[in-house]
Design a protein around this ligand. Structure first.
Ligand code: ATP
Length: 344
């Protein structure tokens, strides 16, 4: 390979479109480049097209138009098994009657690899995911987290270039989900593979991703590092979907997003008039530990709107706000991020 040439993208989607027989496009001409060795999360509400996108990359769903490139190779019409991708599913899809070892070795058996060789490779991979000592157990004798590790080892045995994960944590209870999330991230970095992970949870995506891709109605609303997307949401949809933001309408026209923790709140002084900001009335006071979340029914340039304000606990203690108290809300100009008009 030419050393001067830039590394190809792990995956490149070019004007990728999927139209089911039922009508409008489930995925509508998306362009996306995913860097090699990165953890990419496809994120969005139910029905936004994220699973369809993943299934097209995997080769489990046909493409209506557009192209899918894997390391510059056009794989759009290749069968799933020839692509260099592997998929890990929500329910893990392990064979219940096979041991962990045989589950992991299964695809090698299908390829005709000799028994001793496939068992050695499967055992190696199980050791890597700290499951070597449980390789003789069947899935029913393993915890959810252990089953997930077996599922990962099984996906990796085909030596994929890209691992595709479809809601891999949603079958786990909340505590285990956070633990396995950290493990997924660690494995991805250790293996140096590209992971593409579909989730509807913005919290999960922010915790895991190098790059997150926020989808809505079959299109990409925003693509960037989690801190970029969170700190500079490009559209009203992204600001609302990510949470933690207020969408405020300005008198000059247009909308801005301001984070809850960047809102300033003050008692409404009797002589308050003019100046920047908006006024409102406190409707909720919720103690959340390190901070207090206040709900304010406020009036912005578009009329009545609900605003959330996060006040650090100590600040609230030194000047508490009470229900029905009139308040003045403001924000630094640098904390107000202009939003593009919502798509029709
Ligand atoms: N096999 C199918 N036939 C017809 N329409 C489909 C099919 N699969 C998905 N769709 C439609 O395509 C759109 C996108 O679906 P997709 O499963 O990609 O969304 P998603 O974002 O992954 O949602 P979820 O989080 O609910 O899985 C939806 O409107 C869905 O109803």
């Amino acid at each position: 390979m030419n050393p001067a040439a830039p590394a190809p993208y792990a995956v490149e989607l070019v004007a990728l479109t999927k139209r089911y027989a039922s009508g409008s496009a489930a995925v509508d001409g998306i362009d996306l480049r995913i860097a090699q060795g990165s953890y990419c999360c496809l994120l969005g509400p139910s029905g936004c097209g994220k699973s369809t996108t993943l299934r097209m990359i995997a080769g489990h769903e046909s493409v209506t138009s557009g192209d899918i490139l894997l390391e510059n190779r056009n794989i759009t019409r290749q069968p799933a098994a020839a692509r260099g991708t592997a998929m890990m599913f929500q329910s893990f899809a392990l064979f219940p009657h096979l041991t962990a070892l045989d589950n992991v070795a299964f695809s090698l058996k299908m390829k005709g690899v000799a028994r001793a060789e496939r068992q050695r490779r499967a055992q190696d991979l199980l050791e890597r995911v700290a499951m070597g000592h449980l390789s003789a157990r069947k899935p029913g004798e393993l915890s959810g987290g252990q089953q997930q590790r077996v599922a990962l080892a099984r996906a990796l045995i085909t030596e994929p270039r890209v691992l595709l994960l479809d809601e891999p944590l949603s079958a786990l209870d909340p505590f285990l989900r956070i633990q396995m999330r950290a493990e997924l991230r660690r494995w991805q970095k250790e293996l140096g593979l590209t992971f593409i992970h579909v989730t509807h949870s913005q919290e999960e995506a922010m915790a895991l991703a190098d790059a997150m891709v926020v989808m809505n109605n079959g299109v990409i609303e925003q693509h960037g590092a989690p801190h970029e997307v969170y700190n500079r949401p490009a559209s009203e949809f992204v600001a609302r979907f990510m949470g933690g933001h207020n969408v405020l309408r300005l008198s000059a026209g247009g909308k801005v997003a301001v984070r809850n923790d960047h809102m300033r709140i003050q008692p409404l002084a009797a002589d308050a008039g003019g100046g920047d900001g908006i006024t409102g009335t406190v409707t909720d006071v919720e103690y959340q530990g390190t901070y207090v979340l206040l709900g304010v029914d406020a009036l912005d340039a578009g009329g009545s709107t609900s605003v959330s304000v996060m006040v650090p606990e100590a600040a609230f203690d030194s000047r508490p706000f009470a229900l029905a108290e009139p308040v003045h809300l403001s924000w630094a100009a640098a904390h107000a991020h202009p939003l593009s008009a919502a798509p029709a």
